[in-house]
Write a protein that binds this ligand. Structure first.
Ligand code: IMP
Length: 423
């Protein structure tokens, strides 16, 4: 961490890597924690001192009383869900209103965006993206179409703007013959959410960040989702709707590329994916079930079963390149504690072609594996690298060699305390 720089902490595969826990561990080192992309499709779980919180829109630095937290311009925000999330934290004793700043440029997710999300998915038939249903795609589409509503709009003639956009959405839904919905109750809570949001500093967060950096303050940009869900670099069209990669930090916060310092790439010791789309390492057997069960791989937002498989080095190397990852953080290593053999996907194969580069169309590729011996040891009580079994050390070295990137942190359990920094 350098003063006057923005470090990025990113999920670099399909999300759900456990970013929340790492940001939470990192926050004491930074002055500001900022979210730059995504919205309530994210679910960042943080566990400490026997308490568990799932954050959706609010940055994970919120638990550290001295820190400023920012929801940046690249984010989308649902006022009703935001209110629910924020009130839960307030009830747990955290002061938010002075420390959580929301960009006036962030876009608002309307109740009708969520209905549109469902309607577009229904219209896709077999090619559903498997979205979280939070209205993310329709809100970002509207941002690009220049018809969206932004947080700053609630400071002006909001009811009129809201009514006009809602009417437009209702017309689209009628044209799609998607009429079986009732947002009356949802809309009421949403409007309460708008009033609640007014109590927070709604600011020009890019200017705030620019000044903070000029004063030598340090910023942690907290990613959401993962590189393979990036709208440009992921497995399109089975992706989310924002730039989840390090480039998205610049656009989603309004910070310059030369202000980026470290890029921490978080991955799990194995792979998971929620929603549809290609996933060459997916296991359909009892090994996949075992990983899901031990790793509690069920969606934090939707509760869906996560698809599970072995570590995918093709995806990892691609993500390291796209993001300029300077340090890797390996999560949930303990989930592999009981496996005799640990497999690693080193290439993809299709129609007699083998590649180690991420293909344009990831559909239909088979994973090519190398096998490593498992460590068959309980890692969860370990507190330092010196206690690691040799097979885990070998696994770490193998990944470091293959990716030419150091693994500086290894996580061995969900608690803050189970986070081991390597020297
Ligand atoms: P959306 O972001 O709700 O539009 O969903 C698009 C795709 O991204 C779906 O496959 C979702 O399951 C996936 N997705 C969205 N947010 C997350 C996340 O935080 N973790 C993992 N997958 C996500």
């Amino acid at each position: 961490m350098k003063k006057g720089k923005v470090d990025a902490l990113l999920g670099i595969v399909f999300g759900d890597e456990g970013k929340g826990k790492v940001v939470d561990c990192f926050t004491p080192r930074y002055d500001v924690v900022a979210r730059f992309a995504g919205g309530p499709n994210a679910g960042h779980t943080i566990i400490f001192e026997g308490k568990k919180f799932v954050l959706r829109s609010i940055p994970s630095g919120i638990f550290d009383e001295g820190k400023i937290n920012i929801i940046g311009n690249g984010c989308v925000i649902a006022p009703d869900l935001f209110m629910q999330e924020a009130k839960e934290l307030e009830a747990a004793g955290y002061d938010l209103k002075s420390r959580l700043h929301i960009s006036k440029r962030a876009h608002l997710i309307l109740p009708t965006h969520r209905v549109l999300d469902r309607a577009y998915e229904a219209a896709k038939g077999k090619n559903k993206v498997g979205t979280t249903g939070k209205g993310i795609g329709p809100t970002y589409s509207e941002k690009a179409s220049r018809t969206g509503l932004r947080v700053g709009d609630i400071l002006g003639d909001f009811p009129q703007k809201y009514a006009a956009l809602k009417a437009r959405h209702l017309q689209i839904l009628q044209d799609l013959h998607y009429t079986d919905f009732d947002i009356t109750d949802e809309e009421k809570v949403w409007m309460e959410g708008i009033e609640y949001m007014r109590q927070f500093p709604l600011t020009d967060t890019e200017i705030e960040l620019g000044k903070a950096l000029a004063e030598g303050k340090s910023v942690l940009a907290e990613g959401a989702q993962g590189t393979m869900l990036d709208i440009d670099h992921g497995t399109y069209p089975f992706v989310s709707s924002s730039n989840t990669v390090s480039g998205g930090v610049c656009t989603g916060l309004g910070v310059a590329p030369n202000s980026i310092g470290e890029v921490f790439g978080i991955f799990k010791a194995y792979s998971t994916r929620v929603g549809s789309g290609p996933f060459p390492v997916e296991l359909f057997d009892e090994t996949g079930d075992k990983i899901r069960e031990i790793g509690h791989e069920y969606g934090a937002v939707t509760g869906r079963n996560r698809r599970c498989g072995w570590l995918d080095l093709v995806a990892l190397k691609y993500a390291i390149m796209i993001n300029g990852v300077t340090q890797l953080i390996m999560m949930k290593s303990d989930v592999l504690d009981t496996f005799d053999t640990i497999r690693v996907c080193v290439a993809y194969q299709k129609d007699g072609v083998t590649t180690t580069d991420m293909p344009y169309d990831t559909e239909g590729w088979q994973a090519v594996y190398e096998d490593l011996p498992g460590w068959k040891t309980d890692l969860t009580q370990m507190t330092s690298e010196s206690q690691f079994p040799q097979q885990l050390k070998d696994y770490i070295t193998y990944i470091e060699k293959a990716t030419a990137t150091p693994i500086t942190i290894v996580s061995v359990g969900p608690d803050r305390a189970q986070t081991i920094e390597r020297k």
